[in-house]
Design a protein around this ligand. Structure first.
Ligand code: PEP
Length: 253
C-alpha cells in the first residue's frame, strides 16, 4: 500500500526562532492527536538540525528544500546531500518550479541532485508540473512526462521506490488558484500510468503522488478523496500549525 503523505514546504519565510516554535507546536498537536498519514516538514537548511531536535521522528519526518548537485568541495554557499542527511533529515525536495525557474535548475542538474540525495540515504520529493501557458496549450501531460524522463526515469526500480512525486501546476502555486479535484486526478492518473509504463504496475501502485498548489484545509478533503492523489505538498498553508493540521486532518474525513 502506498503512503498517504502531507508535506510542508516552508520556503524562505521563517527565521530560526519562528521555525523552531512552529515545529514544536506541530509536534505537540500531532502527539495529542495522531495523524492518519505520514507528515513531513521541509525547512531551510539552517533550521534542519534545530528542528530535528524538537521533533518526534516517529511522528514527523524532516526534509530540506534543496541540496547541491556536487558531492563536496569548493562550492561556496552550497549544502550537500550528505550534510542534509547529517542533520537528521530524511527527505529533500528537488525540482521545485521555483528552483527550476529562478535558479535555472535543468533536468540534468536535477538528475545529479537526485542521484546524490539517494546515495546519501535521503528520500526525494520530486516536483513536476506545467505552466499556465502549457496547460492552456493542453501540453501538461507531455511536460510532466518529460520532467520524469529527464531526471528520475534513469533510476533503477529499487531507487525509484525512494521517490515521492509531487504534481504542482505552476499556475496554482501561491496563487490561490487550485486545480479542481478532477483536473488533478486526471493528471495524477496519467503520471501513475507513466510510472507503470516505465517500472511496471506494482511500482506504480506503490508510488505516492502528492498534489501541490494552493492546497488548504477547505479543499484538501475533495482532493485527497481522489484515488490517485496520495496527499499534498503544502507551501503557504504549512506556515501556521492550525492551517497545516487542518490539511493533515483531511485524511480523517
Ligand atoms: C509549493 O510551493 O510547493 C506550494 C504548493 O505552494 P502553495 O501551497 O503556497 O501554493
Amino acid at each position: 500500500m502506498r503512503k498517504k503523505i502531507v508535506a510542508g514546504n516552508w520556503k524562505m519565510n521563517l527565521d530560526l526562532q519562528e521555525g523552531i516554535a512552529l515545529a514544536k507546536e506541530l509536534n505537540e498537536a500531532l502527539t495529542a492527536e495522531k495523524p492518519n498519514c505520514d507528515v513531513v516538514i521541509c525547512t531551510p537548511f539552517i533550521h534542519l538540525a534545530s528542528v530535528a531536535s524538537v521533533l518526534d521522528a516517529n511522528l514527523i519526518g524532516l526534509g530540506a528544500e534543496n541540496c547541491a548537485d556536487k558531492e563536496k568541495g569548493a562550492y561556496t554557499g552550497e549544502v550537500s546531500a550528505k550534510m542534509v542527511k547529517s542533520t537528521g533529515a530524511q527527505y529533500v525536495i528537488l525540482g521545485h518550479s521555483e528552483r527550476r525557474e529562478y535558479y535555472k535548475e535543468t533536468p540534468e542538474i536535477l538528475k545529479e541532485k537526485v542521484l546524490l540525495a539517494l546515495a546519501n540515504g535521503l528520500k526525494v520529493i520530486f516536483c513536476i508540473g506545467e505552466s499556465l501557458e502549457e496547460r492552456e496549450a493542453n501540453k501538461q501531460n507531455e511536460v510532466v512526462k518529460a520532467e520524469l524522463e529527464g531526471s528520475v526515469f534513469n533510476l533503477s526500480a529499487e531507487d525509484f521506490a525512494k521517490i515521492v512525486i509531487a504534481y504542482e501546476p505552476i499556475w496554482a502555486i501561491g496563487t490561490g488558484k487550485t486545480a479542481t479535484a478532477e483536473q488533478a486526478e486526471e493528471i495524477h492518473a496519467y503520471i501513475r500510468g507513466c510510472v507503470a509504463e516505465k517500472y511496471g504496475a506494482e511500482v506504480a501502485e506503490n508510488t505516492s503522488i502528492l498534489y501541490g498548489g494552493s492546497c488548504k484545509a477547505s479543499n484538501a478533503p475533495e482532493l485527497f478523496a481522489k484515488p490517485d492523489i496520495d496527499g499534498g505538498l503544502i507551501g503557504g498553508a504549512s506556515l501556521k500549525c492550525a492551517d497545516f493540521k487542518g490539511i493533515i486532518d483531511a485524511w480523517k474525513k
